[in-house]
Design a protein around this ligand. Sequence first.
Ligand SMILES: NC(=O)c1ccc[n+]([C@@H]2O[C@H](COP(=O)([O-])OP(=O)(O)OC[C@H]3O[C@@H](n4cnc5c(N)ncnc54)[C@H](OP(=O)(O)O)[C@@H]3O)[C@@H](O)[C@H]2O)c1
Length: 291
Amino acid sequence: MRVLIVGPGYIGLELGRQFVANGHEVFGLRRSGDSSGELRAAGINALKGDITEPSTLNSLPRQYDWVVNCVSSSHGGADDYRRVYRQGAQNLVEWLRESPPTKMVYTSSTGVYGQNDGSWVDETSATDPAAETSRVLLEAEQVFLAAAREQGFPAVVLRVAGIYGPGRSWYLRQFLAGEARIEGEGNRHLNMIHRDDVAGCIMAALERGVPGEVYNAVDDEPLRQREFFVWLAEKLSRDLPPKAPASAEANRKRGASDKRLSNRKLKDALGYSFRFPTFREGYAAELARLG
Ligand SMILES: NC(=O)c1ccc[n+]([C@@H]2O[C@H](COP(=O)([O-])OP(=O)(O)OC[C@H]3O[C@@H](n4cnc5c(N)ncnc54)[C@H](OP(=O)(O)O)[C@@H]3O)[C@@H](O)[C@H]2O)c1
């Protein structure tokens, strides 16, 4: 297969490595090209371009079997989100329309679910997030889903939960630095997925995903924040982090939600088996790696 990864960053680089290992021809498109040499080192052909600037895409090759859009605005505000996610989605669809791939996967976020009552959430649940940035992610999804519906563009949406893995374990880093806090009673649920499983879910979606469909990419076990820290404290023989009052106002501002995400559709429809079914396996691997 000839594969294009748009945004070969934390997820896309690992995905590219796996594609290369499976014998595929892989291209990686980002603004910085391959200034660090990491794409070449991974066996990925570097393309330099900016999906918010269609003129930078025009001279690039555009015939691919599979395309994955996993760009990230790297924490910008709503305006950045609009440019990178929504306008970027539109530009990509237009750029690829001339010679469409057989499948395209867009990595959205489970942040599009705004439920705040700890309820179970699946792909049929309401998407009414409080945060403006999450609403923009929904609009980006709609660009791909409308193209699938109206033009037969083969886009599949993956809604990805909180990613952790080598070099990116935010809670663990906070915990080790003594900066972690249990919010209120620690009852809010965490929904996570290991980096390697995100790559695995993308591959499954490319192979078996149905265009126009949405799948949650999250591991088997939502858990309360407190349970997570209890597990970590036991593993590392350290004290639990102190509690910090949960400010309803602060939570409202950052659009904090509390929900338990179901991966039933991902497992049933895509037949995906997790390498790290819960945070326990994933974080045990991280702790072993850190020694
Ligand atoms: N982190 C999480 O917990 C989480 C949760 C849910 C969903 N997601 C989604 O998962 C996906 C992968 O995230 P990640 O953590 O792997 O992202 P990342 O490490 O921040 O990588 C983002 C990549 O996008 C490229 N990029 C940014 N703007 C671009 C533009 N305008 N044109 C072309 N390339 C551009 C960046 O390279 P340059 O800067 O060189 O352009 C970089 O290679 C994203 O779609 C993200 O929204 C993440």
